[in-house]
Design a protein around this ligand. Structure first.
Ligand code: AOS
Ligand code: ZN
Ligand code: ZN
Ligand code: ZN
Length: 395
């Protein structure tokens, strides 16, 4: 590939690349053992929007912010005008709407799979509110993570809980408006430690199919057992037209929510390759989102680092000579095929990405620009005393 072709490919890829940042990634979240409160963490929805806007200003790639209904719109639909005002003020839009069915004490034994029909009805009401909020904000996706499960064998009926979930998800789907979707996330364990009601992509896929055509599967990269071939799951979901989006993060052990690409950048490259190897239409239906929680790293720095890493790895992936690769695969020329694939991964695309940033009027080095802007000092000064008081609540 000529240098001009490489530039063209990388620039086209970066122009089309957006990744959503989570509102909760700017707030004080921690581990189950506690959290180290950061002076500059966002304490209000306004501060979360300000931080998300700053990340977008530096990277040009994160124009939307994922919202958590209970944490960001505690007043429910009544808070929509507040969010709309923030969108206008900060120039970033609301992205996926995340219902919260794991925090209230009534969900101790489950939400949409709880044996109590009353509690299931409350969970459905919250999902319907979330759909309404999404519609009012003009946001496409309602993103469902269901923490339901049980801790000991024999304590719950796995089969009955499937039926209950089908009922609630079907009713949620029926409420979706034109252009709205629901994404179903899966996770093998945590908080439940014996069975999780939506434990893997097969369960999520089947529930999505039964709910209806606007339901798709959401792949959180941290939600797999060690060694799972995530790109193969991605390939399958693309094949059956059920891939709704991603929660990107990285991990060494379980759902560690580390900065994406920090442990295994090659895995991210392989996932992106399956996506870039699919049709433009397929690609248009995939929501890229970051789902991370930074307990030790500065939140702004970690988020900028994540978006920049996503851009760089996406750019690398765009350099795979897919036509040549297909020929080599067809001819079973294994070593050449592997080298063709890996050559793109080994290439240092950072000079090309810098050129792209310059040409788009963006800072050439977003992390350095963040440091030089004094933004982190500014927000720390403004928020430190508020953060010192709020050592408790998760997010
Ligand atoms: C939890 O493990 C899931 O990844 C959720 O998607 C996420 O962490 C967040 O809480 C959104 O509810
Ligand atoms: Zn997630
Ligand atoms: Zn998770
Ligand atoms: Zn995670």
């Amino acid at each position: 590939m000529s240098a001009a072709q490489e530039t063209e490919r990388v620039w086209a890829a970066l122009d089309g690349f957006h990744i959503e940042v989570p509102s909760w990634g700017f707030a004080n979240t921690g581990t189950r053992f506690g959290k180290f409160v950061q002076g500059g963490a966002a304490t209000t929805i306004e501060e979360k929007f300000a931080d998300a806007a700053e990340v977008n200003k530096l990277t040009g790639a994160s124009p939307t912010v994922a919202l958590h209904v209970l944490w960001d719109l505690p007043g429910g639909k009544a808070d929509v005008p507040v969010i709309q005002a923030l969108e206008k003020k900060h120039g970033v839009k609301s992205g996926s709407i995340n219902p919260n069915l794991f925090q209230d004490l009534e969900y101790k034994f489950g939400s949409i799979a709880n044996p109590s029909s009353e509690i299931r009805a409350n969970a459905l009401a919250h999902l319907l509110d979330s759909v309404e909020i999404g519609r009012a904000l003009g946001s496409k996706d309602v993103s469902l993570w269901i923490a339901d499960g049980s801790n000991y064998p024999g304590t719950q009926s796995i089969r009955k809980r499937i039926v209950w979930m089908e009922e609630v998800l079907g009713a949620t789907h029926a409420a979706l408006g034109e252009g709205q979707r629901m994404l179903i996330e899966y996770k093998p364990f945590e908080p439940a430690f014996y069975h999780t009601d939506i434990a893997d992509w097969g369960m999520a896929l089947e529930l999505a199919r039964r709910a209806g055509p606007k339901a798709k599967v959401l792949v959180d990269t941290g939600h797999h057992y060690q060694g799972t071939n995530i790109e193969q799951i991605v390939a399958w979901l693309l094949h059956v037209d059920q891939l709704g989006g991603f929660h990107f993060n990285d991990r060494k052990y379980a759902d560690d929510d580390l900065t994406l690409g920090s442990i295994d950048p090659y895995q991210l490259f392989r996932i992106f390759h399956e996506i870039l190897n699919s049709t433009k239409e397929d690609q248009a239906g995939i929501a890229f989102m970051i789902d991370q929680s930074h307990n030790l790293k500065g939140k702004m720095e970690a988020m900028v680092q994540s978006v920049v890493t996503a851009q760089e790895i996406y750019a690398k992936t765009a350099l795979v000579d897919r036509a040549r690769l297909a020929e080599l695969q067809q001819a079973c020329r294994l070593v050449e095929a592997e080298e063709c694939f890996r050559t793109a991964f080994w290439q240092d695309v950072r000079p090309l990405v810098r050129e792209w940033r310059k040409s788009r009027g963006l800072p050439v080095d977003p992390l350095k620009a963040l440091t030089e802007s004094g933004y982190v000092e500014k927000i720390t000064g403004e928020r430190e005393s508020k953060n010192a008081k709020s050592v408790s609540s998760y997010a």
